[in-house]
Design a protein around this ligand. Structure first.
Ligand code: 8YV
Length: 330
C-alpha cells in the first residue's frame, strides 16, 4: 500500500499524476466535510497556508510529513511538529523573482497611482487635461529601504537599483554583504532606515521578533512623502495604526499584498483609502511559478517518502532523532 497523502490545494493534473506514482492521493480543501476524515488517515499533507497547529495534528495521528507550497512557514507550529517527529518542507528560491516583480509593481502602482488612473480612464473622466491631483511621485533615483534583506528583499532591491537607479538602504538580522557589494546597499538601524527612505519595503519573515514591528511609532519616523509596501506578512504591521497613518497623511501611500486577517474583510477601512493599492496575497501567483512551487513541494515529499533527505527541510532536528521516517508502504 502506498502512503496516503492529503492534497488540500489545487495542484495541476500533471503533477498529481507524478505524485500518484508514489502515494495514494486524497483531495479535500479544509472547508470540505471530507477534510477531517482524510486528515485522520493521512501520513502526509501538501498545500499552502493551512495552520498546522496542535489542534490540527491532534486530528492527524498518522501524520509524518508536511509539504508547504510556500516559502514562508509561519503557518506551522514547529514546536508541535518537532515534538511529534513530523518533517516539514517549504519551497524557497523558485518564487523569488516572481514575488519581487509583484512587490515592485505595488511600489510603482502606489507611487504612480496606476489603479486610480485606470479608473479615471475607464470611467470616462478623461476628457481634457489630467488634473495635477492625479500626478504621482518619482521613483527613479529615490531611496528604497528594505526591511528584511533575504533573497526576495534582495531581488526587489536589484530591480530598484539596476532598473530605477535607486539608492538602497536595508535593515536585517545580519549583514547581507552580497547586497552591499552588488547593489551598494547600506546597512541601517530600523530607525535610520525609516527616517531616510522614500520607499519602505517590508520583506521580513514573521517571527516572534518581527510580529507587530511596524506601528504608530515607526510610521511617524517615516517621511510624510514616503510610501510603505508590505510584501511579507500582515502580522508584521499593526494594521489599525497603518490605517491611522494613512488617514492622517503621516505617510503618502501604501502598497499591500498581505493583511492581518486574510481574506481582507470587506468592511476594512483599507478598501476606502485612495492612497492604498491592494493585491490579494498573490505575489508568487503566476502560472509558471505556482507550478514550480508545487513541483518542488512534491519533490520534497517524494524524497521524504522514499527515505531520502528532502532538499528544503525546515526542521532537520526531527531527522537527527528519527534517522529515517517510516512510511506505511507495506
Ligand atoms: C503564498 C507566500 O504562500 O511563499 C510564501 O511565503 O507568501 C506565498 O507564496 C502563496 O501566495 C499561497 O498563499
Amino acid at each position: 500500500m502506498k502512503p496516503k497523502v492529503l492534497v488540500y490545494n489545487h495542484i495541476s493534473e500533471k503533477l498529481l499524476d507524478e505524485l500518484a506514482n508514489h502515494c495514494h492521493i486524497m483531495q479535500a480543501t479544509p472547508s470540505e466535510v471530507s477534510f477531517r476524515e482524510h486528515l485522520s488517515s493521512a501520513e502526509a499533507i501538501i498545500g499552502s497556508g493551512l495552520k498546522v497547529n496542535k489542534n490540527l495534528v491532534d486530528h492527524a495521528p498518522k501524520l509524518k510529513f508536511v509539504a508547504n507550497i510556500s516559502a514562508g512557514y509561519d503557518n506551522l507550529d514547529l514546536i508541535e511538529l518537532n515534538a511529534r517527529g513530523i518533517l516539514a518542507t517549504n519551497t524557497p528560491d523558485v518564487l523569488v523573482e516572481t514575488t519581487a516583480d509583484l512587490i515592485f509593481g505595488l511600489l510603482l502602482s502606489a507611487a504612480r497611482r496606476i489603479p486610480e488612473l485606470d479608473q479615471y480612464v475607464k470611467s470616462g473622466k478623461w476628457n481634457g487635461k489630467i488634473p495635477a491631483e492625479l500626478f504621482g511621485v518619482d521613483i527613479n533615483r529615490k531611496t528604497l529601504g528594505i526591511i528584511g534583506m533575504g533573497s526576495i528583499g534582495k531581488a526587489v532591491a536589484e530591480r530598484a537599483h539596476h532598473g530605477f537607479k535607486m539608492d538602497i538602504l536595508y535593515h536585517n538580522r545580519s549583514r547581507n554583504y552580497a547586497a552591499e557589494e552588488e547593489l551598494n546597499a547600506r546597512y541601517e538601524s530600523l530607525e535610520d532606515l525609516l527616517k531616510k527612505s522614500d520607499f519602505v519595503c517590508l520583506m521580513a519573515p514573521l517571527t516572534s521578533e518581527t510580529i507587530g514591528m511596524m506601528g504608530k511609532k515607526e510610521f511617524r519616523l517615516m517621511k510624510e512623502t514616503a510610501i510603505f509596501v508590505n510584501g511579507a506578512r500582515g502580522q508584521l504591521v499593526k494594521e489599525d495604526e497603518l490605517i491611522t497613518a494613512l488617514e492622517n497623511c503621516e505617510i503618502l501611500a501604501a502598497g499591500l499584498d498581505v493583511y492581518l486577517n486574510e481574506p481582507l474583510n470587506t468592511k476594512s477601512p483599507l478598501l476606502k483609502l485612495k492612497n492604498v493599492v491592494t493585491t490579494p496575497h498573490v505575489a508568487s501567483g503566476t502560472h509558471e511559478t505556482r507550478y514550480e512551487m508545487a513541483k518542488l513541494a512534491i519533490e520534497n515529499l517524494v524524497k521524504g517518502i522514499t527515505g531520502e533527505r528532502p532538499p528544503n527541510l525546515i526542521n532537520p532536528e526531527v531527522l537527527e532523532v528519527n534517522a529515517k521516517l517510516k512510511f506505511d508502504t507495506s
